[in-house]
Ligand binder design. Structure first.
Ligand SMILES: NC(=O)c1ccc[n+]([C@@H]2O[C@H](COP(=O)([O-])OP(=O)(O)OC[C@H]3O[C@@H](n4cnc5c(N)ncnc54)[C@H](O)[C@@H]3O)[C@@H](O)[C@H]2O)c1
Length: 313
């Protein structure tokens, strides 16, 4: 029997809730609905154990992980799987580099760090990456902060033989993948793009944060779409949407005889589900690479990320 992957999560927000609940759901039901890859390198979705968790909020630190994931402002719904106490007590995370050694000691026994804190705090992301390097653990950066795109950081992970996957996860069926696919189809069918835009509205804490601090996210979304013609409207935070996100995509093009073609699409998804559906694959890719001694970036993760190494910061 294959050894389960031992994961440390940084941030006990909506995406961690969707991941932890989803693993329990798939273990309990045996369902394969909504999974892009039931197996990765012989690892099933249920072969992941979260063994360590870090948070900052007083409502989460010191609680069992299976209670902490339901504390506000998390608003991802309950999936209904049974979640008895996990035995993992959420630990206090770090806020600066001076605390990296403490976090590195707490990573003892973990194989993969899933970095799932708010985007836009590059110093914090770097401190957790330094802790992972010190502890000899693979690192996945799901945020839009530049970690895998930082050549010096990437070199350190390569030299240590530790996988580094990032930056910024590309949701399983989100705006970026849909927009990029439609633009590719347009080009494949010989149409000429004239203009295009995206509007994203959501009710999660992540949306609130990104609406207030758009910083690194806008460039990362453009990297994912792969066209500099696309205009990104500022993200809109609407609490009544809960964990659902609504995206509107518009594409204006010219076809035969330069006549107009216009496309409008509305997408409605649970944003944390889109993240969990990809994080489960990133974790298994990172664990497999770690176990087979492959360090640095893994090209097979490219479709799961918005901003892999070499894309603009
Ligand atoms: N589809 C998606 O949801 C999606 C797609 C791409 C990227 N992301 C990124 O994934 C990340 C996680 O998203 P989320 O919806 O779970 O966000 P969230 O805001 O619900 O959760 C982040 C959690 O991290 C905690 N935190 C803050 N600072 C911390 C620290 N120093 N140490 C430990 N914990 C800390 C926060 O208190 C919060 O509970 C975000 O950076 C988001 O931009 C999400």
């Amino acid at each position: 029997m294959i050894d389960k992957v031992r994961v440390a999560v940084v941030g006990v927000g909506n995406n961690t809730s969707a991941l932890v609940q989803g693993i329990a759901f798939y273990r309990e039901t045996g369902s394969e609905v909504g999974l892009s890859r039931p197996q990765v390198a012989g690892l099933g979705v249920g072969d992941i154990d979260v063994v360590t968790a870090f948070a900052l909020s007083a409502d989460k630190v010191g609680r069992d992980l299976h209670e902490a994931i339901f504390q506000p402002p998390n608003n991802f719904p309950r999936l209904g799987a049974s979640l008895p106490p996990s035995g993992v007590t959420v630990q206090r995370g770090l806020v600066d580099m001076a605390e990296a050694p403490r976090v590195a000691s707490a990573l003892d026994g973990a194989e993969v760090v899933l970095y799932s804190a708010p985007s836009g705090r590059t110093g914090t992301a770097r401190a957790y990456a330094a802790a992972a390097l010190e502890a000899g653990v693979a690192f996945i950066n799901t945020t839009s902060d530049s970690i895998a795109r930082d050549p010096e950081m990437l070199r350190r992970f390569e030299e240590a033989g530790l996988p580094l996957l990032g930056d910024d996860l590309a949701s399983q069926f989100g705006t970026s993948v849909l927009h990029r696919t439609l633009l590719r189809l347009l080009a494949e069918r010989g149409l000429t793009l004239v203009s295009s835009y995206q509007v994203n509205l959501g009710g999660t804490e992540d949306f609130r944060n990104l609406a207030e601090n758009p910083n690194t996210k806008k460039q990362s979304k453009l990297n994912a779409v792969g066209s500099d013609v696309v205009q990104m409207a500022p993200l809109g935070y609407l609490p009544q949407l809960g964990s659902e996100k609504i995206a509107h995509l518009n594409i204006e093009a010219r076809g035969w005889g330069e006549t107009s073609v216009s496309l409008d699409v509305k997408l409605k998804v649970h944003d944390p589900s889109g993240a969990a559906g990809v994080n489960i694959d990133l974790i298994r890719l990172a664990a497999d690479a770690l176990r087979s001694g492959r360090g640095g970036y893994l090209s097979e993760a490219a479709s799961l990320l918005k901003s892999p190494p070499g894309t603009p910061v």
